[in-house]
Design a protein around this ligand. Structure first.
Ligand code: CUA
Length: 397
């Protein structure tokens, strides 16, 4: 749909019952206040024009005798105000009760998710999906849900106050420290929806985003089953049994461009059809370079990535950053900011602070605080190392 009022984060394109209810309240309020505005403006215009100063009027004359007005008009205005408030209050209260929690009759069918805000990304846990020996299924920045089914989202935060908002589905409710908030949402149809943190939470708040992908029931079940399995291993890339890696491998199939700061983080193709892009992202890339991937897997440990991230079944135990077990299958990286292309991932790995200022991969990872309170480089990721890491991370589907 075109027009300035529409877009990926437009609340005018409600695609679920919660967002529709919220949009209805908005329309009721706009109509009631709009009518009041027109009436008041009309009366004001009438009085201004009718009683304006005309040639020949005595401008020094004292004002006419003041009265308390016409009791009938006064009472009528009070009654009208009460009516206007009731007209707004009834649907508002109904909407508050409806959006607060999954309706009783649908509760047995509700799917549960726990969303946790971090500076600046979202963690999604699936309490009903348990993995033997690895606990709850965890994902980051892309919340995959079953379409046509109510989803109850527990809202948590690890640090400051964030706010969970999916404009086309539901919103927004704060994620408060030491407080268990929740909301519910439902996507009527399968689709791809933009989400956004809606509470100022530090320097990269504006780019703290996420996506919601709603899948048909059978596709969702397949997605969950794949997510629960350990990380995909490309043959010949196991740590320990790989042949010695050459210092520099060929990058024939990797055609990067240099990307500057503030250049757009997504392509037109992704902009137009993100749901199709998401489905394509689930597929394994045709030209996988096992040698490069093996090198990347080693670098994942050497560059201390494993200290903050997990690739379940491979390396890492860190929980500070997103779970990367299937990062190659996500359409976005860096907290929903960039499309997950080779080029963008390379950019994110070599210059994280250029992409998302203040992020913990940079401060505390790449840079460490010294005795003087300033920051020293702990390590860097050069061009060829980043290419190897990109190949490895993109093999994780
Ligand atoms: Cu998190 Cu704003």
């Amino acid at each position: 749909m075109g027009g300035w009022i529409y877009g990926p984060q437009s609340t005018f394109e409600a695609e679920g019952p919660v967002a529709k209810t919220q949009l209805d309240v908005f329309y009721v309020t706009v109509w009631v206040t709009g009518i009041i505005f027109v009436l008041v403006a009309a009366v004001l215009a009438y009085a201004t024009i009718k009683y304006r100063v005309r040639p020949g009027h005595d401008t020094d004359a004292p004002p006419p005798e003041q009265s308390h007005g016409n009791p009938l008009i006064e009472l009528g205005l009070i009654a009208l105000s009460v009516v206007a408030l009731v007209v707004i209050a009834v649907p508002t209260l109904r909407a508050i009760w409806f959006t607060y929690d999954v309706p009783e009759e649908e509760r047995a069918n509700a799917y549960e998710i726990t969303a946790t805000g971090y500076q600046w990304w979202f963690k999604f846990e699936y309490p009903s999906e348990q993995i033997d020996g690895a606990g709850t299924l965890v994902s980051g920045n892309e919340l995959v849900i079953p379409a046509g089914r109510p989803v109850r989202v527990n809202l948590r935060t690890i640090d400051v106050i964030h706010s969970f908002w999916v404009p086309k589905l539901a919103g927004k409710v704060d994620m408060m420290p030491n407080r268990g908030n929740h909301l519910w949402l439902k996507a009527d149809e399968p689709g791809y929806f933009w989400g956004q943190c809606a509470e100022y939470c530090g320097e990269s708040h504006a780019v703290m985003r996420f996506r919601v992908i709603a899948l048909a029931e059978n596709e969702f079940a397949a997605w969950v089953a794949n997510q629960k399995s350990a990380a995909r291993t490309v043959p010949g890339t196991q740590i320990g049994d790989t042949p010695p890696v050459k210092a520099q491998v060929e990058f024939a199939s990797y055609n990067y461009q240099k990307v500057r700061r503030n250049s757009p983080g997504w392509t037109e193709e992704f902009d137009r059809a993100p749901f199709a892009a998401w489905k394509k992202q689930q597929e394994v890339e045709k030209s996988e370079n096992a040698e490069l991937i093996a090198q990347g897997r080693k670098l994942f440990i050497e560059k201390k990535c494993a200290g903050c991230h997990v690739v379940r079944g491979h390396e890492g135990a860190g929980v500070t950053g997103p779970d990367l077990t299937r990062v190659g299958a996500r359409t976005t990286i860096a907290g929903g900011l960039l499309e997950n292309s080779q080029q963008n991932l390379h950019r994110w790995l070599t210059e994280p602070n250029e992409v998302k200022p203040g992020n913990k991969m940079w401060y505390g990872g790449y840079m460490v605080r010294n005795d003087k309170g300033t920051w020293d480089a702990q390590f860097t990721v050069n061009d060829s190392e980043a290419r190897a890491l990109v190949a490895y991370l993109h093999s994780l589907k």
